[in-house]
Design a protein around this ligand. Structure first.
Ligand code: 4AD
Ligand code: MG
Length: 461
C-alpha cells in the first residue's frame, strides 16, 4: 500500500500510475453512474479524492457505503490542474475491508471539541485531532533530536518511586494492599511491611532526582516520560497524567540552563514549522489566528528575563486587574504569568530567583539567603511551560534545607551522596510536554492535546 502522504509529496513519481491505498471514508457524493469518495489514511493532512464509476463490479455496494468505512482503493493517479486538489485517483477497484454502520458519530459537519472529548477513541479520525496528534508525535521526535544532536544521554527514570521530588504531596499512592483491610501496627499506623515494596510508594511527579544521579555520571542527560500529579486543579492546563522532558546538566549554572531551554524551544518550533506546514496552516486558520506570526516572531527574537522581585513590582501596579492580588512572597497564578508574558513582554519570558519558601527543597540558595536560583519560562496563552533551577550542590546547605522542611534525610541518602562524592554545580528543568503541544498548535485545552486525558473525576478509556 502507498501512503497518501507519499502520493502528495512525490506526485510526479506516481502520475499516470496505478496505486493502492488503504483508508477510511470521510465523505461521499454520488450520482447514478459515478461518484466521489474522500478517503483519509492518517498519514497526511490532505485527504484523497477518489472518483469511481459504474464500471466497477461493486458500484452499487460502494454507492451505499456509510462514512467511516475502511476501504482498499486501487486506481490511477490523475493530475487535476483545474481543481483545488492537485490530483485524484480514478478507481479501478474498491474493496470494502470493513463497512461502517449508519450511526457513525463523525459526520461531515464540524463537531465541537467538547463533543469530541466524549469519544476519545474516534476523535483521532477528525481533521483537528489528526493534525494535533501528528504534530505531537513530531514535537516528541524534534525534542529527542535536539538532545541527541547535543550528546545528551536519554535516561529512563522509574515511574514507581518512594520519594516526592516536588515536596508538594500531590502524589498517587501505589499499593497492592487491600484498602478495606489495611494491616496496622500496634500504634494504629499502616504496616507497610506487608505491602509489595514493604514501604509507601507512589507514581512519580518528576524524574529529576533520579536524573541528577545520571547527570553526575554522564554530564548531560534528559528524561522523557509520563509523570503523575494528584493536583486538584480542574483547569485547561492541568492533567493528572502528563509527559515531561527533564534535561539535567553538570557543570552548568542557571544561565546555561536558560540558554538550553530557549534553544530547545526555538529548535522545536522551527522543526515543526518546516516539517508540518499543512497542519500549522490549518491551526493558524481554524484554531488560533495569529499562531504562525507569533511562532515566527519567537524563533527570531530573544526571550525576556525578569527576576521574581522585579516581576512583583510590575504586577503590583496592576493588582486591581487581578483576582488574586500579588505581593512579595506569593506564588504567581496563571493570571499573573499571562500578564507578564502577554502584556508586559509580548514574548516568552524567564522569571528567575523566586523566594525559597515557594520553591522545592533542592534549589540552590542565592547569596541573599532569601531567594533560590530558580527559573520558570512563561509563554503567551499558557503561562508556565518550563520550571527549572540550579540545584543545591553543597552537602551542608542541602541537609539544612531538608531539615527545615521536615524531610527525612534517610529517604534521600542517594541524593545527599551526590554532594559527597565529587559534587559539581548542576542545573536542569522540566518542560511540560502537553503545554508545549498547546503552545505550538494553539489548542486551548490540555484535554485536546493528549490522546486519553486523565483529569479530576475523569479517567475514561
Ligand atoms: O515546575 P514543575 O513542577 O517542575 C518539576 O517538576 C521539576 N522537577 C523539573 C526539573 O527541574 N527537572 O513542572 C515542570 C513543568 C511545568 O512547567 C509544566 O509545564 C508541567 O511540568 N506541569 C504540568 N503539565 C500538565 N499538567 C500538570 N498537572 C502539570 N504540572 C506541571
Ligand atoms: Mg513549576
Amino acid at each position: 500500500l502507498v501512503s497518501i502522504k507519499s502520493l502528495f509529496r512525490n506526485l510526479s513519481e506516481y502520475e499516470g500510475k496505478e496505486v493502492t491505498i488503504g483508508g477510511w471514508l470521510r465523505s461521499k457524493r454520488d450520482s447514478k453512474t459515478f461518484g466521489f469518495l474522500v478517503v483519509n489514511d492518517g498519514t497526511f493532512f490532505e485527504p484523497l479524492q477518489v472518483v469511481y464509476s459504474d464500471a466497477l463490479v461493486n458500484f452499487a455496494d460502494i454507492s451505499k457505503l456509510n462514512v467511516g468505512s475502511a476501504l482498499v482503493v486501487t486506481g490511477v493517479v490523475t493530475p487535476t490542474p483545474q481543481a483545488k486538489q492537485p490530483f485524484e485517483i480514478q478507481a479501478t477497484a474498491i474493496e470494502v475491508e470493513g463497512a461502517s454502520t449508519p450511526d457513525y458519530p463523525l459526520q461531515k459537519k464540524r463537531h465541537t471539541l467538547e463533543y469530541l472529548r466524549t469519544m476519545t477513541h474516534l476523535r483521532p479520525r477528525t481533521n483537528t485531532f489528526q493534525a494535533v496528534f501528528r504534530v505531537r508525535s513530531m514535537i516528541a521526535y524534534a525534542i529527542h533530536k535536539f538532545f541527541q544532536e547535543r550528546d545528551f544521554v536519554y535516561v529512563h527514570t522509574p515511574l514507581i518511586t518512594g520519594s516526592d521530588c516536588e515536596g508538594a504531596g500531590e502524589m498517587f499512592q501505589v499499593t497492592t494492599m487491600d484498602l478495606n483491610n489495611l494491616p496496622k501496627n500496634e500504634d494504629g499506623s499502616i504496616d507497610y511491611r506487608q505491602d509489595f515494596f514493604a514501604k509507601p510508594t507512589n507514581l512519580t511527579v518528576s524524574g529529576q532526582l533520579n536524573g541528577e544521579t545520571y547527570a553526575m555520571a554522564f554530564k548531560n542527560i534528559y528524561t522523557f516520560g509520563p509523570t503523575f500529579r494528584a493536583e486538584n486543579s480542574n483547569t485547561t492546563r492541568h492533567a493528572a497524567e502528563f509527559w515531561m522532558i527533564e534535561p539535567e546538566m553538570a557543570f552548568a549554572d542557571l544561565d546555561d540552563n536558560m540558554i538550553l531551554a530557549e534553544s530547545m524551544l526555538k529548535y522545536v518550533i522551527r522543526y515543526v514549522l518546516e516539517n508540518a506546514p499543512e497542519e500549522m496552516a490549518f491551526f493558524n486558520q481554524f484554531v488560533d489566528k495569529g499562531l504562525l506570526d507569533r511562532l515566527n516572531h519567537v524563533v527570531s527574537s530573544d526571550f525576556g528575563h525578569v527576576t521574581y522581585t522585579d516581576a512583583i513590582k510590575i504586577l503590583e501596579k496592576h493588582n486591581d486587574e487581578f483576582e488574586y492580588k500579588v505581593s512579595w512572597g506569593c506564588d504567581l497564578q496563571t493570571e499573573h504569568e499571562r500578564y507578564l508574558t502577554e502584556k508586559e513582554f509580548g514574548r516568552p519570558v524567564f522569571v528567575t530567583d523566586y523566594p525559597k519558601e515557594i520553591k522545592a527543597f533542592y534549589m540552590k540558595l542565592n547569596p541573599d539567603g532569601k531567594t533560590v536560583a530558580a527559573m520558570d519560562c512563561l509563554v503567551p496563552g499558557i503561562g508556565e511551560i518550563i520550571g527549572g533551577s540550579q540545584r543545591e550542590d553543597d552537602y551542608d546547605k542541602l541537609l539544612c534545607r531538608m531539615k527545615e522542611l521536615n524531610l527525612n534525610p534517610e529517604d534521600y541518602e542517594f541524593y545527599l551522596d551526590l554532594r559527597k562524592y565529587g559534587s559539581a554545580r548542576h542545573s536542569g528543568y522540566g518542560l511540560g510536554f502537553e503545554r508545549c503541544v498547546m503552545y505550538l498548535t494553539g489548542m486551548g485545552n490540555i484535554r485536546d492535546v493528549i490522546p486519553f486525558p486523565r483529569t479530576v473525576k475523569n479517567c475514561d478509556l
